[in-house]
Design a protein around this ligand. Sequence first.
Ligand code: ATP
Length: 515
Amino acid sequence: MSSLDMEKLVSLCKRRGFIFPSSEIYGGIGGFWDYGPLGVELKRNIKDAWWHDMIRTRDDMVGLDCSIIMNPRVWEASGHVGGFSDPLVDCKKTKERYRADQLWVFVYRFNAKDAPGSMVEFWWGSLGGGPDEARPAAEARAGKVAKKLGAPVDSSVVGYMQVAPEDREKVIGPSVEESGTLTEPRSFNLMFKTYVGALESDSNVAYLRPETAQGIFANFKNVCDTGRVKLPFGIAQVGKSFRNEINPRNFTFRSREFEQMEIEFFCKPEEAKEWYAYWRKTRFDWYVSLGLQSDKLRLRDHDPDELAFYSTATADIEYAFPFGVSELEGIAHRGDYDLTQHMKFSGKDLTYFDEDSKSRFTPHVIEPSAGADRATLAFLCEAYTEDKVENDTRTVLKFHPRLAPIKTAVFPLVKRDGMPEKAASIHHQLREKFASFYDEKGAVGRRYRRQDEAGTPYCITVDGQTLTDDTVTIRDRDSLRQWRVPSANIDVMIGDMISGKLQAPQGEISGGSES
Ligand code: ATP
């Protein structure tokens, strides 16, 4: 929902135990987050759904789990040691640090013929293509700063320009009103460095992986040698990656430690275009199938000038977050770049022998590369809903049942007459199959609301009638419908509803109310 502001979501995440700032009792640490009891289930369900849908239920995919620290030569081959850097700019006055390519600044110019100090033009601009969503605010601020600096009314041309190197000393940074406080952009490598072994010397330097993909390429030969795979096939990995982002922001969206879900799909060069189109669609449809509305979800093809030099096509799956439209996943046609690089640097043969055509070649690669934390954030944003119910506003997280952290909550209507015992036994039966929760505290209406905030799709209530005919009510989170079912085999029924095999009954509501 567009009206969702991030503050509300962040506060719900904290209050209900989805996401906490890391090491919060010590003041936290920028760019690191912890997943609480509900968050860990949600994120695990997303990773499990990905693994199930992309790997386990396909015959052309296998998985891997590589170490986070690898031989540093891997990162030389991949280009990360030389090129994985962002341009960093410091403000000498405020001590703030920015990514030059994500920054709008202000520049003024003097007319050479005029007396020094007479400003004739005032521009706002970027040091390298600032973010679109921040453009209107930058433009508005440019006008104000121009006036303050005494730009003559008729010459205060406020426009956009790419800042040229000779204008750099006239640049006015984002939170100051004078020029010359920003340093020259300098290249900052995003990889976290560490030392392996007891010596802290250059020869012992290693890196925390900035992506999981390279572990897959480094193991390409191992996987081929196991004999289980034949082109076309994919290798997938889920795991932690680390990037020392200059400016972590937007909650978990840009973190310094995060999880990726990556596929490298290897195929014959002549089939790569088709497979690219296939994965572009398959990955988009996956998000839709788990509840991301198509109009918030977008597929954006990169312009030719945005492409990495080795890529012939790349598309981003983007989501309209409250803070702007941003990337969830990238799907790239990488050609044979990665395997070729690793052949060069390792000296090992990573070509593939095709039994059918009796030929040997370097496979091409399609890479769908997703972030588990960004997906979790998108599913949280999408699920967040405020509904009017019986003159009250309820906050409800409408997760797809497959993703919901808790699938069922079981309540005894009251704490007597054997209802708690019956409810507990149903809960024990259910928790063998999926995450279930037992709650006997307080009014049943309040218990429903608590589960709404956790996103639990089904609440099961044991009441007086249960004790006579062994039926219970199921209450559906989104429609608030309640209906009675026999308690025997309820685990099978709920399982079928989660998988979509069985629909919740439509029409009449039987049994209890919301309070
Ligand atoms: P961005 O331009 O946003 O920095 P990227 O294009 O560098 O992202 P990739 O290198 O393509 O990202 O990484 C693939 C996926 O990994 C991204 O689509 C995203 O989901 C996830 N990812 C990358 N960096 C981060 C981060 N700092 N925090 C959380 N997830 C990330």
